[in-house]
Design a protein around this ligand. Structure first.
Ligand SMILES: Cc1cc2nc3c(=O)[nH]c(=O)nc-3n(C[C@H](O)[C@H](O)[C@H](O)COP(=O)(O)OP(=O)(O)OC[C@H]3O[C@@H](n4cnc5c(N)ncnc54)[C@H](O)[C@@H]3O)c2cc1C
Length: 539
């Protein structure tokens, strides 16, 4: 609820003017009111520094104030889910979104994870929550937060029905890995992908239930009482004016920190950002993490990157061939380095790619592989992930990729080696060794599945330079199963909740692809739980 129309704060009356405008700042950084720092760009950067700096420079700014029961920062997958869940309880909600429209990376997913959904039950897919819980914990060597994982898995099946009630129309639950049992990746009918369908339905539901959705507004700092309880959030709009939202509870859902090099370096010390390309996703700045830490929340130790390979930028129809296990992968020297069958587990493939010199790979295929890909038709993963009409566009795309330089083509291996910068003998040895493995039906190096062993002997031969792509970071603030933020002593930071990829403890160091779609699934379910917990705590 807007409690006060915008007020223009004129720079005429000393710091007491700012004090009066946003008094909740005073307990956080009292010294700043008497001694504004001029080096406000230095880390840690507090929004109040910025206001003081502006003020010191004689600039005016406006303050708008809202008062609500629950303020949610970030209007993506988890934020909208939290808002919908809280609104269902009749709770007043203000949702703040930095972009001009809601959705965040929630607009991109093709599928969402769930266990024991009504769709699985109707298809006689017996997806058991206990089995999935054990599988998840074992995959990650019991590094995740077991209570949090349990809560997310247990709610996931119900969430499919919850989303359906809000207008999402699921069409199927499918494999996302070969022989995956049980299938957990729930999809909507193409061409509208699952993410867009979910975001659209949640936004409509929130608006219909009276959630105040404010876009173009970035949360900057949590305000706290002298006892350390969170009392609201200070935000900034695009013109630099201040929006103060006083709230009984605040839920942070700002979508991770893939766009913040300092945080990436801090939490992924071995990560070479130069080796990783940017895909279509949004790279958020880690505002939620930083705000929560400033308010006293602790970090959960585990950080995983949702990262994928082999990826190319543009030239999407080429993915009809790149995603196949029949290709050969080489590093920059023309040396084979992995079982190419791991292509289906995109996190493993990215790990293998990133440990190569300069972190990229060449994917080699021949005309036989192209013919096979077109003749076999799409597998379920390609059906879900590759746009319509790719088959027809493939010949032209090959020409364009060649012109662009990411694709090398030749009828002979020596010429291909020369085009890619390999030593001729190295490429010839690598291909001949691989073709021998195919002949004897055994990959004596990397134990590739026999069904994927197909000799590359039908020219022309192709090499595509591909890399890894980071979709989002996973990990951050320590939470309990109600998604309350916890401090170093494992006590809740009063009134503060964290959801989506901002919370920590969902994965170990490798994103768990076996729980297909859990990034989006955990975002929606953690948001749903956080919204409900915060609303219940009020009543
Ligand atoms: C290309 C791509 C494909 C993907 N495919 C899948 C898939 O198939 N299945 C799957 O499970 N997952 C997938 N994911 C991951 C999934 O999209 C994310 O896990 C999910 O969106 C995370 O939800 P979130 O709420 O934490 O973040 P987001 O959905 O990104 O929402 C965060 C929101 O917070 C806003 N924000 C940030 N900072 C502030 C601030 N200071 N103030 C106010 N607002 C702020 C952002 O603008 C954004 O709208 C994919 C991701 C990408 C990029």
């Amino acid at each position: 609820m807007l409690v006060q129309e915008p007020r223009l704060i004129r720079n005429a009356g000393g710091y007491s003017v700012i004090n009066h405008a946003i008094p909740e700042y005073v307990p956080i950084v009292p010294h700043l009111w008497w001694e504004p720092r001029v080096d406000a760009q230095k880390s840690p950067f507090l929004f109040v520094d910025y206001l003081c700096l502006r003020y010191a420079k004689g600039m005016d700014f406006k303050v708008k104030e809202y008062k609500t029961q629950i303020a949610i920062v970030g209007g993506g997958a988890s934020g909208l889910s939290a808002a919908a869940a809280a609104a269902e309880h009749g709770t007043g909600v203000v949702l703040l979104e930095a972009n001009e429209s809601v959705g965040g990376n929630g607009l991109f997913p093709r599928g969402i994870f769930a266990v024991d959904s009504y769709i699985q039950r109707s298809k006689l897919i017996f997806a058991d929550t206990d089995d999935m819980f054990k599988s998840c914990m074992e995959y990650s060597h019991w590094k995740p937060n077991a209570r949090v994982i349990r809560a997310l898995i247990d709610l996931s099946g119900d969430t499919i029905g919850w989303l359906e009630q809000k207008g999402v129309s699921f069409s199927d639950v499918v494999h996302h890995l070969p022989n995956q049992t049980p299938e957990v990746y729930h999809i909507t009918e193409a061409p509208v992908n699952t993410g867009k369908a979910v975001i659209k339905a949640l936004e409509a539901f929130c608006r219909q239930r009276g959630v105040t959705v404010l876009t173009g507004i970035s949360g900057k700092e949590l305000s706290t009482s002298s006892g350390g309880a969170v009392t609201g959030i200070i935000c900034e709009d695009k013109s630099g004016d201040c929006i103060s939202v006083k709230a009984d509870k605040v839920i942070l859902c700002t979508g991770g920190f893939a766009g913040n090099p300092e945080l990436v370096a801090r939490f992924y010390p071995d990560y070479d950002s130069g080796a990783v390309d940017t895909g279509p996703g949004m790279r958020h700045k880690g505002a939620g993490l930083q705000m929560a830490i400033q308010a006293g929340a602790a970090i959960d130790g585990n950080f995983a990157m949702e990262i994928s390979a082999p990826r190319i930028k543009g030239f999407e129809p080429l993915n009809l061939v790149l995603g196949k296990p029949y290709n050969i992968w080489f590093n920059k020297f023309g040396v084979r380095f992995a079982d190419e069958g791991i292509v289906y587990n995109f996190a493993q493939a990215a790990n293998a790619c990133l440990r190569q010199p300069d972190g990229f790979l060449w994917v080699m295929f021949d005309q036989g592989n192209i013919d096979k890909a077109l003749c076999d038709g799409r597998d379920i993963i390609e059906l879900v992930h590759i746009g319509q009409g790719a088959e027809q566009k493939l010949p032209q795309t090959i020409v364009e990729a060649q012109e662009n330089g990411i694709l090398k083509v030749s009828d002979t291996l020596p010429e291909l080696a020369q085009k890619a910068g390999f030593r001729q003998e190295t490429l010839e040895h690598s291909v001949s060794e691989y073709n021998d493995f195919c002949k004897f039906n055994r990959d004596a190096l990397f134990a590739k599945n026999r069904r994927y062993l197909k000799a590359l002997d039908k020219p022309p031969f192709y090499l595509v330079k591909a890399g890894a792509d980071m979709l989002t970071t996973h990990g951050g603030i320590r939470v309990n199963e109600r998604f309350e933020a916890l401090n170093a002593g494992f006590e809740p930071v009063p009134n503060l909740y964290v959801a989506g990829v901002d919370f920590g403890g969902a994965d170990a160091d490798v994103y768990n692809v076996v729980m297909s779609g859990h990034s989006f699934g955990f975002a929606v379910n953690s948001g749903r739980i956080a919204g409900k917990s915060a609303a219940e705590a009020l009543s």
